[in-house]
Structure formats: C-alpha cells, structure tokens
Design a protein around this ligand. Structure first.
Ligand SMILES: Cc1ncc(COP(=O)(O)O)c(C=O)c1O
Length: 438
C-alpha cells in the first residue's frame, strides 16, 4: 500500500465495499454496518485443466497406479519441484507419516519427539505405529517446536524428531538437524502444511531423512484426499514404497521376498494424481500471491497493538502460508476475550479463527494409553512416565490461549481485502470496551 494517507483512510473506511464510514460506527456485532459483506476467495479453485485431466483419467479406465500414468507423472513432477530424488504418492498425509516411520522401523517402545502445537494427525500417525509421541514445548514467537529444548527430551528410546512446519512457517531446521545428527536420530518433517516452504533455499520436506505432505482439499495443493512421502535415501524410499503397497516393489511387481515385511494399502488413485498435476500448475502463482498479501498484511497489522504476526526464523527463506498465524494480546484490546474478538471480527465479515487447542491435554491420549493395545506394549510405569513428560508445556499453554489465524484462501484476495482485515481489527479495538461489556 502506498503512503500514509492511504493507511489512515483505510482505517476510517469500510474497505472492499467502497463505502466510507466514520470511525465511530458501532461494531457490526452491536448493530453497526460490517466492514465488508464480500466473501473472501473460496477454495479450492478449479480450471479447465482440472476437468480435462480428471475426465482423461476416468475415461482411460486405468484407475489404479499400476495401470495408469498419472500417479507416476505426479511423483516425478513433485520430486522435480522440490528437488528431491524419490516421491511415494499416498492416499493421505497421515498415511505418508506412517509410511515414513515404517521405513525407519519405528514402532512399539520407541519415542518420537514432536510438537504439541499441530493438527491431531501428526500424533495419531505416531500412535498408529504404537510408538509414543513425546512433546517438546512450543516457541511462543514462531509457534514452531522449540528446538532449543529438543536435546533435553532425548532418551535411549528416541528414534526420531518430527518437526511440523505448521501453517507453512518452518521449524528451526539448523538446530534440529544439528542435534539429530550428533545424537544419531532420524528427522521426519511433517510438511503437510508446507508446500513450497523453504529453509535456506531447500524445500520443506527435503531436509530430514524423510518428509511428508498432505494434499487434502484445504491444503495449498489440493487433491481431495492425498499425500506423499519424499526422501533422498534409496533404501528408505523402497521401504516407504513397500509399506504403502503391501510391499510390492515400485514397478508394482510381486514383493521382493528378501526385504518384504508388513505393509498396507495407502496407494493414491489415478484421479487424485490427475487433479494434482493440474493443480500444480497454479501452485507457484498462488504461493507468490499469498506471500505478497502476507507481507502487506504484516505491515498493516504493525499499526495495530495487540495483534502480532508470528515470527519466522532467519533460515526460513520461504513461507508457504497455509495459515496466517498471529498472537493476540487481549490487554491491548481492553481485556476483550479472544472468543469475543473472533465473534466481533466475523460479524465485520472477516473469517478469523483461533488456533489449535492443547493436544497434550486432549482425552484421546489418555484413552489411548488405557487401551488394551498400549497396555500390552507399555508397563504402567512407562505410561506414567510418559504422561508426566507431556504434562508441563508452559509456552504451548500460552500459545493455545493467544493464537489466531486466517486460512490460506484469505491471502488469495486483493490488496483491498488485506486492508479490510486491518480496518476490522482497528474498528474492533476502538470499540473493545463496549464489546467486552455487551
Ligand atoms: C500438520 C499436519 N499433519 C498431518 C496431516 C494429515 O494429513 P491428511 O489429512 O492428508 O491425512 C495434516 C492434515 O491436515 C496436517 O495439517
């Protein structure tokens, strides 16, 4: 946005609707006019290529990967895009994480260090291998795993570190790789939300032993339900591939009896791959658009006390912005609770959301620990020790209370749309006392 004049006027104006209003307008939640009525861009987007690819896959009647070419085409294209040697397309991102762990033979009695500030799938994938997820506290400034606390959490049972590049921001890969290499522990990057994110120019997912992606419908590269494992290691590739297809070898021939072990069917269907090949053509352009709008929004929010975009580590050279994550300081909004801020922003036409809750306190963990399967593997003493280690995560507690975000489609709008967001925050802040009292 050019110049101060524009900045001052947007704070006083309605934004995208083009109707100027005075600063004393009541907030929409209290009966005033909303900042905007126009919806933000919807997701996913489809074009002619999506339709032709999809129909071609349909009409070919070669609907599984062994017969068709789309899954292989996608694996090749995604590998080239990321600069990684091997790609195994999977049915979803959760399965990709399981295949990565299986390739490393991670299972019962093993521990995987990860973040409590993530989508539940990261943790469920670890539990699906009957391994234990051990949480390392969150860095409040970036919302990533606090890499400075990883080493203290390592025990003889630690088999992998699983950083999550949440929202497209990147975990501190310099520190993570350094400690992992020194202690002989593998790194599996959960890059399910980090398409085209980069650390010092290298694509997210390609820095550790293995990286995993999701192409579920809401992701920046959507294919409905789909995922991928990527690696530069030939042996890990063969095992990840094997696990995802009942230990058939990459040509889908019969299993190699000398190496085959338990596997599962996590194959991507030809339809998903045909769609992903088409969607990939837009990925660079949409990623650039998100970056530009995120930079603009960051500048605009710099003028609004109490709303602070999360920081990036200097090594994060590209943020794919699956989420635009922020921290909320209610003190700067006259003590307005976060839930009320969200309500007020939504009434202004801005789809603000709160971040993840405290996963370490989610009942699914305790119920899993009490399940017959886990009790068959782990002693009461081991489970008690695990509970205790996951209990105290003070920074994550704060993050779960103060986090806010916008989903990626919000960043696909125009400059005016970003101005509306800032105008709405400013408006709600001006009326925070009244909103709190109402
Ligand atoms: C951080 C993270 N990990 C793993 C997954 C799992 O991916 P999928 O939903 O494709 O199984 C997701 C999906 O939302 C995710 O956001």
């Amino acid at each position: 946005m050019s110049g101060m004049l524009k900045r001052r006027t947007f704070l006083l104006a309605a934004g995208g609707t083009g109707m100027a209003r005075s600063a004393s307008d009541p907030p929409a939640l209290l009966g005033g006019e909303p900042v905007r009525r126009k919806p933000f861009p919807s997701w996913p987007r489809i074009g002619a290529k999506d339709e032709t690819n999809w129909m071609e896959a349909l009409r070919a009647c070669k609907w599984w990967r062994r017969e068709g070419h789309w899954v292989q085409d996608f694996e090749k294209a995604w590998g080239e895009k990321l600069g990684v040697r091997h790609v195994v397309a999977t049915a979803n991102g959760t399965g990709a994480l399981m295949a990565a762990m299986s390739a490393l033979e991670i299972g019962p009695k093993d521990e995987v260090l990860t973040t409590p500030y993530t989508f539940i799938a990261t943790i469920n994938a670890i539990l699906a291998q009957y391994a234990l997820p051990v949480f390392v506290d969150t860095d409040r400034a970036t919302h990533m795993i606090d890499a400075t606390k990883i080493e203290a959490a390592i025990t003889p049972r630690t088999r992998a570190i699983m950083p999550v590049h949440l929202g497209g921001n990147m975990a501190d890969m310099d520190k993570i790789l350094e400690v992992a290499r020194r202690r002989g522990i593998a790194v599996i990057e959960d890059a399910c939300q980090a398409h085209l994110s980069a650390w010092r120019g290298k694509a997210a997912g390609t820095l550790g032993e293995l990286g995993c992606f999701s192409f579920q419908k809401f992701k920046n590269l959507p294919g409905g339900e789909a995922g991928a494992v990527v690696t530069n290691d030939e042996k890990l590739y063969l095992h990840a591939y094997g696990f995802h297809s009942h230990y058939r070898t990459p040509g889908e021939n019969a299993p190699d009896l000398s190496v085959c072990r338990n596997g599962i069917n996590l194959r991507m269907a030809e339809f998903q791959a045909a769609l992903l090949v088409a969607q990939m053509e837009r990925l660079e352009e949409t990623t650039r658009r998100r970056e530009e709008n995120a930079a603009l929004l960051g500048r605009l929010l710099g003028e609004i006390p109490g709303i602070e975009p999360v920081k990036q580590y200097p090594g994060c050279t590209r943020n794919g912005y699956h989420l635009y994550m922020m921290r909320y300081d209610a003190e700067a909004f006259a003590g307005l609770p976060r839930s009320r801020l969200i309500e007020a922003m939504r009434a202004e036409g801005i789809p603000l959301a709160e971040g993840y809750g405290p996963l370490n306190r989610h009942p699914f963990l305790e119920n899993t620990a009490r399940s017959r399967m886990f009790r068959a593997i782990y002693s009461e003493r081991e489970l008690a020790g695990w509970r205790e280690r996951n209990r105290h995560l003070p920074a994550n507690d704060l993050v779960t209370q103060e986090s806010l975000w916008f989903s990626q489609n919000v960043l696909l709008g125009e400059q005016r749309d970003m101005e509306d967001i800032a105008a709405a925050f400013a408006k709600v802040r001006r009326h925070a006392e009244k909103l709190k009292a109402s």
